[in-house]
Design a protein around this ligand. Sequence first.
Ligand code: 3HC
Length: 318
Amino acid sequence: MQNQEQLEAQFQAKIDAGIKIEPKDWMPKEYRKTLIRQISQHAHSEIVGMLPEGNWVTRAPSLRRKAVLMAKIQDEGGHGLYLYSAAETLDIDRDSLIQDLHSGKAKYSSIFNYPSITWADMGAIGWLVDGAAIMNQVMLCQTSYGPYARAMVRICKEESFHQRQGYEIMLTLAKGSPAQKRMAQDALNRWWWPSLMMFGPKDTDSTHSETSIKWKIKRMSNDELRQRFVDATVPQATLIGLKIPDDKLNWNPERGHYDYGEINWTEFWEVVKGNGPCNKERLAQRVKAYEEGVWVREAALAYAEKKRTKSPISEVLV
Ligand code: 3HC
């Protein structure tokens, strides 16, 4: 019988060798706990993230824009499904995760607590928010927990469509009338800094990064991913004639990266703590949707139970 120390050493050796950890494998309690935390909050982010965009479905400027926006929102619901399913492989039930969201015990991404004020916000969200999510999620395709890594593969494929359709909205507006260009620039001004906050606190303030990197849950740090996002996105803004709202932004040839200004960490932590512009509204919408959806869940469970008890095999066995 191996002791705890031997089990932990064997586990870390698997991680170091790049072997995926699967649900039935032995894993340290803390590994399981931090995965449930991160995967469930990722899932919550996908579901809450549907709300700012849902605000514009009935007001999309054309049938094509409406169809694309609806497809994207539907994808996000599917991403939440894959991620809740990945979390459930860690022997946690979905309802308890959702109760943690509703009670405020669990987090979701700060970015979704900002209002979507104009149609250009649909472009900025697709381009910047999904663009930032892609940076993070491509890295998570290499995460050490098998079900999480595999969920990421399909999510990343769909995410790249999300980013492109957002950038195309911004391109169309930036090349449109002066009023449309102003609307696009206004959206960029409002979504740029909150998008940088999506990558989490500075590495020096990150609670989980050290263990998450040791266990290869994270393959890059918060600041590394943030820098990668800035370096990729600044040229995209320049290409369509929009200006990043950061007067300290500057290409640094020695570093081979853009230097950029300081994030407003007080704003970040206030939003994370629940004091953002839309936190209360978003959570109330989620609780309302959950409560109004009880009958759907009950009907689906009743149908599944009926099918299970009535399945031909059980008739034969009886
Ligand atoms: N919003 C809310 N909370 C945040 C946050 C943010 N932007 N960034 C960090 N936090 C929280 C962390 O959850 C942690 O709190 P907790 O202990 O209560 O969970 C605390 O701040 C300290 O942060 P750490 O850096 O120590 O936390 P992590 O190591 O977990 O790193 C993370 C944060 C980079 C967001 C990581 O959790 C992660 O990669 N998560 C998976 C990706 C994800 O959730 N993305 C959210 C957006 S999904 C999306 O945009 C959908 C797309 O389709 C639009």
